[in-house]
Design a protein around this ligand. Sequence first.
Ligand code: ADP
Ligand code: MG
Length: 321
Amino acid sequence: EEIRGKIAAGEVIERPASVIKELLENSLDAGAKKIRIELHKGGLERIAVYDNGEGLSPEDLRLCFLPFATSKIKDLSDLFSLTTYGFRGEALSSIAQVSRLRIVSLQKGASLSYEVIVEFGKELDFKPSRIKEGTLVEVSDLFKNLPARRAFLKTPTRETAKNLEIIKALMLTHPEIEFQVFVDDKETLSWQGGDLKTLLENLLEIPQEFMHLSEFIEPPYQVTLLLTDTRKTFSHGRFLYFIVNNRLLQDNKLTKVFYSLLKKVYGNLGFPAGILQLSLPPHLVDFNVHPAKWEVRFKREGDVYQVLERALERHFQAKRI
Ligand code: ADP
Ligand code: MG
C-alpha cells in the first residue's frame, strides 16, 4: 500500500514546480489576497508558501495530508459546478508521501494556531504553534525517499527556472493578488496586485504600448485577449498563456486549435505572445481529465472554438496588427 501511494504521488508530483502549483492553488482556494513563496536549491531543499487565507481548523490540519481529504467537495453534484482549483484531496497527501511536510495554520476567527509535521507520509508531531494569520506550508527534502525520481530532476538552477515560470503563469490567473517570491533568500519577484496588462508588462518585460487588450462576450462565453504586437519580437518569443475559468492550462488540443486560428486570422504576420482567457459556466467544462489538472474538455467544443475565432477576428480588426 505504501508503494501504491508513492506511485500515485508521482503522477501529480513530478518536480518542485508541481508542488508549487498545488500549494498556490490551495492558497487561492483559501481566499488568500497575499502570498509569499520561498524556494531553496530549486525547491529540492525547501519550498515554503505563506498565505493570508482562511486557514485550517486543528481537526482539518490533522486530516488534510491523508488521501482523499478535501473540504471542497461535499457531494457528487459539486463536481459539476466547481469553483475551486482543488477537489480531489490528492495534492497534500501526494506531497506528504515524498517529503517532510510542515503545515502551520490559524483558522480565521480562531485564537490559537497549530502545526503538524509529517515525514514521508507519517505524522510526527501535532502541536500549538505561532502564526499571525493564514497558512504556511513547508515542503523539505522532496523525493529524498525516492532517489530514482530525484536523480531524474534537473539542476537547482534549471528547477528554479521552471518554478519561476509556473509562479509567473499562476500570477497571471489572479493579477489582483499580492505576490512575493524569494529564491535562496533573495527577493526575485514582487507584485503589489493590480491589472493584467501591468502585470504582463512586469513579468515578460514587454512595454504596454506593444500589447493589445480586447474583450469579447457571447453568452455564456467570455473571451479576453491580451496579445503582443507581432511586428515586434520579444525575448519571450511566442509564449502564450491559456487560462480557462482562472485555471492555467497546458492543453495540447486547445493550444493547437488556437495556433491554427491565429494563423488563419493573422495570415503571415507571425504569432503574438500573451494571454488567452476564456470564462464559461462550470457545467460546460471538465478539468478532471489529467491528474495535475492541466487539460480541459469542453461540453460544446465546436461552440467554444467558434467563439474563439470570432474573438480573435475582432481583436485583429480593432488593432490592425
Ligand atoms: P484539494 O485542494 O483537492 O481539496 P489538497 O490535498 O490540495 O486537496 O488539500 C487538502 C485540504 O487541505 C483542502 O481541501 C483544504 O481544506 C486544506 N488546505 C490545503 N492548503 C490550504 C491552505 N493554504 N489554506 C487553507 N486550507 C488548506
Ligand atoms: Mg489542492
